[in-house]
Design a protein around this ligand. Sequence first.
Ligand code: ATP
Length: 221
Amino acid sequence: MMRKQFVVIGLGRFGGSVTRTLLSMGHEVMGIDKDERIVQEFASVMTEVFQADSTDENLMRKLGVRNMDHAIVAIGEDLQSSILTTLILKDLGLRTVTAKATSDYHQRMLEGVGADHIVHPERDTGIRVAHQVTSKNMIEYVELSPEHSLVEVLAPSTFNSKTLKTLNFRAKYGCSVMAIRRKRGELIVSPYADEVIFEGDMLVVIGNNKDIQRFERALED
Ligand code: ATP
């Protein structure tokens, strides 16, 4: 893996978690937060952490932010700071800026000032948790687009020892099984229709949201 240089702006719960994970993966991370107390807290886990207001363009330039490969703007509450910081980073020439949005309006403004990637951690986690708590076999739920999702589910007992063909999977649920992971860990990618499924196998299923919902309901029976 190539070691990359990141700058994370806003070391709250989200930015802090991104920072700790990047560090544990061996990347170089510069942290910036305007709150002295938070900066103190992070001084023990990273060498480059600065107390600074990221809306101060000159200060950002002095800190050498633009030499980083990738910036993550993890400011949520203060909309103006989030937007202005993103704008300044793009102006300084940062190639890739990922920003956290807290609403659709926030997302549109971030797009407007040139954010390259926008994430919605609270919204996405809310969607995933809602699916996980309503379907006991649901392990993972990922929205791929407003229309399509990918889910990871445990095969229920009703699927045991049946093939995708006998389950009539695609016709019945309208979605596709992309992969099967056996309990022992074996992974079968793009399974054929005669592949046998066992209870407890993990199925990776992709489809449009209506079909995925139909499939989820079938899992409950
Ligand atoms: P989380 O849920 O991740 O804790 P949040 O959505 O509540 O965050 P905020 O609390 O607004 O978001 O911001 C996260 C961090 O960003 C805070 O530690 C805050 O001090 C820092 N921050 C906010 N504005 C700026 C700024 N202009 N410059 C630097 N840091 C900032």
